[in-house]
Design a protein around this ligand. Structure first.
Ligand SMILES: Cc1cc2nc3c(=O)[nH]c(=O)nc-3n(C[C@H](O)[C@H](O)[C@H](O)COP(=O)(O)OP(=O)(O)OC[C@H]3O[C@@H](n4cnc5c(N)ncnc54)[C@H](O)[C@@H]3O)c2cc1C
Length: 423
């Protein structure tokens, strides 16, 4: 048996950030390498993440921290240029702020819908019955039916009535009638990722930085945690037992509950899967300025396509394509690849380009379904866990929608709290 003050399950950005700030820590990671969803794949000349992982910030102090890490690694700073492919036309994102770019009749329909929604609204954010209800009541039928509903159904791969009003938290681009009118007359609407930074060698640069600061014997890869004994404070892997004072879990919350041997309603923790197709072509991009495009059209199999080559300033077209699936849906990767190539041609991303290299990656879970039931059960579980010195954090441990910065900040705050905790 080995004993540590802190055992971390999962060597993604959350687990490694925690280990950077905490005392006496051991990280257990089931894969052969650390990084979780922040890994980067190098297949010269292409550099691919697990879907584009760009660094945007809510706190100036953390932005400075990340910039310092990346500055010697080829720091790219960008003001984002993102569009929506809508009826053969590219309009600016977010849709609801840029309806003046639609054909006149559609613009009037969306604007009137937004105005009427605002006139009839008499509820606060937390009083809507669901995410879908909130969308209709805040934005009106035009904006919802043209973009917000089809796009989010493609992404989340679920009925939007099952999601909580606040399912996207600060990442949802809210606007009201006044904002839109102001924007039409030249005013600016900000969003959480207007600007972002990115290391030239991909998101893994941050993972390498974090893991490089942890002693080698304090990270074990190829080491899956199979069971946790809450009462004895022991974690079991295939070959070793680890005793802990604090257990920090960054694995999906539903897996954690299974490892604890607890019973819960399996339908509560639902999520989508995202099939990411990284694709490298033989020719340059047709458009050299776009960072990514959102696609609400349900006849097109993917909901987003992003351009690594434009962000990295590379010659050859290098993209990631994201396709949403329900958690139990079967995926035919070859079919998805064929459909994707057809649809990339249909929307004008490729013409006679030849696919030179390609890699599919499945992210499961990708977007957890934040629902009132999941929120309630999560609070109950967290309370129970914390009484037993178990902390479930990160995007999947916290069963939430958050960025890499959020994971880093949450992990650092917990490490500082536990460092100063008196027994
Ligand atoms: C499609 C998509 C695009 C995204 N784009 C961005 C973006 O542009 N910018 C941004 O800031 N964020 C982005 N994110 C969010 C970002 O990926 C996450 O916030 C972050 O990677 C979560 O890190 P984590 O360490 O909490 O979890 P993970 O990366 O999932 O790490 C958990 C680790 O636990 C390990 N593990 C699981 N089970 C066990 C076990 N039993 N024993 C041991 N180890 C185990 C896993 O192998 C994994 O390494 C995106 C997410 C998705 C789905």
């Amino acid at each position: 048996m080995r004993t540590y003050k802190n055992i971390v399950i999962g060597g993604g950005i959350t687990g490694l950030s925690f280990a950077n700030f905490a005392k006496d820590c051991m990280v257990l990671e089931k894969e052969r390498e650390v990084g979780g969803y922040c890994r980067t794949i190098y297949r010269a000349p292409y550099i691919w993440d697990y879907a584009g992982h760009f660094f945007h910030f809510k706190e100036r102090e953390s932005k400075r921290y990340f910039e310092k890490v990346f500055v010697d690694q080829g720091l790219i700073s960008k003001s984002k240029n993102t569009k929506i492919y809508y009826k053969g036309q590219l309009i600016d994102y977010p849709f609801q702020s840029n309806i003046q770019q639609l054909e006149k009749e559609e613009f009037i329909e969306c604007l009137c819908g937004l105005y009427q929604a605002e006139q009839h609204r008499d509820r606060n954010q937390n009083e809507y019955g669901s995410f879908e209800e909130m969308l209709f009541e805040k934005f009106g039928r035009g904006i919802c039916s043209k973009f917000l509903i089809p796009y989010n159904e493609k992404l989340y791969a679920c009925n939007l009535q099952n999601l909580d009003t606040d399912a996207m938290g600060r990442f949802f681009p809210y606007v009201n009638f006044h904002d839109v009118m102001n924007h039409i007359s030249g005013g600016y609407i900000t969003s959480y990722n207007d600007t972002f930074i990115y290391p030239r060698l991909g998101a893994a640069v941050f993972i390498n930085y974090l893991s490089g600061k942890i002693p080698e014997d304090r990270i074990r890869t190829d080491c899956q945690v199979r069971k946790i004994d809450v009462r004895k404070h022991i974690v079991y892997t295939d070959d070793t037992e680890y005793e802990y004072e604090n257990l920090i879990c960054t694995i999906p919350l539903d897996h954690l509950v299974n490892l604890l041997g607890k019973e819960y309603d399996k339908d509560v923790f639902s999520y989508n899967k995202v099939l990411v197709l990284n694709m490298g072509f033989d020719k340059p991009s047709i458009d050299r300025t776009l960072d990514w495009i959102y696609i609400p059209d349900k006849d097109i199999n993917f909901y987003r396509v992003g351009f690594y080559n434009n962000i990295l300033g590379m010659e050859e077209l290098s993209i990631y394509v994201e396709i949403g699936y329900g958690q139990d849906e079967e995926i035919d990767v070859e079919q998805a690849k064929r459909d994707t190539l057809t649809n990339l041609r249909a929307i004008g991303v490729i013409t006679d380009h030849i696919l030179v290299d390609y890699q599919p990656i499945l992210m499961s879970p990708a977007y957890v379904h934040i629902s009132p039931k999941a929120n309630a059960l999560k609070e109950e579980i967290f309370k129970d866990l914390e009484e037993n010195n178990i902390y479930s954090i990160g995007r999947y441990g916290g069963w939430t929608y958050c960025s890499m910065e959020d994971c880093f900040l949450e992990a650092r705050a917990l490490a500082n709290r536990l460092n100063s905790k008196r027994i």
